[in-house]
Design a protein. Structure first.
Length: 105
């Protein structure tokens, strides 16, 4: 009876270890797939945010929000204006450094 318990525990340990190893390998490949998909989605979102149509729409909405913010109390208007400016900046094209800002120049 004691040998049966030891054998069962040993078999369960080996099976558990094998399952862990196989599961982590499968998890690694799934993680890699998800990372590739997330990178693609991030790139698409960035392209969308930088598109001229989206930038124009965001700028128009931000201007209307700023106009409406003038009717609000000062502390609230300041916050609303900052948020509108942040939205406009978030969709603006990335700034590429020119040759004058290169290191060592």
């Amino acid at each position: 009876m004691k040998i049966f318990k030891i054998r069962t525990l040993l078999l369960a340990g080996i099976a558990g270890g094998a399952g862990y190893v196989l599961g982590t390998k499968a998890g690694e490949s799934r993680y890699a797939e998800l990372k590739v998909q997330a990178d693609k989605l991030r790139a698409q979102a960035d392209r969308l945010a930088r598109s001229p149509q989206v930038r124009e729409t965001v700028a128009n909405v931000a201007e209307k929000v700023k106009e409406s913010a003038e009717k609000l109390p000062d502390p609230v208007a300041d916050v609303v204006t900052k948020v509108a400016d942040s939205a406009t900046e978030a969709t603006s094209p990335p700034v590429t450094p020119g040759p004058e800002s290169a290191p060592g120049v």
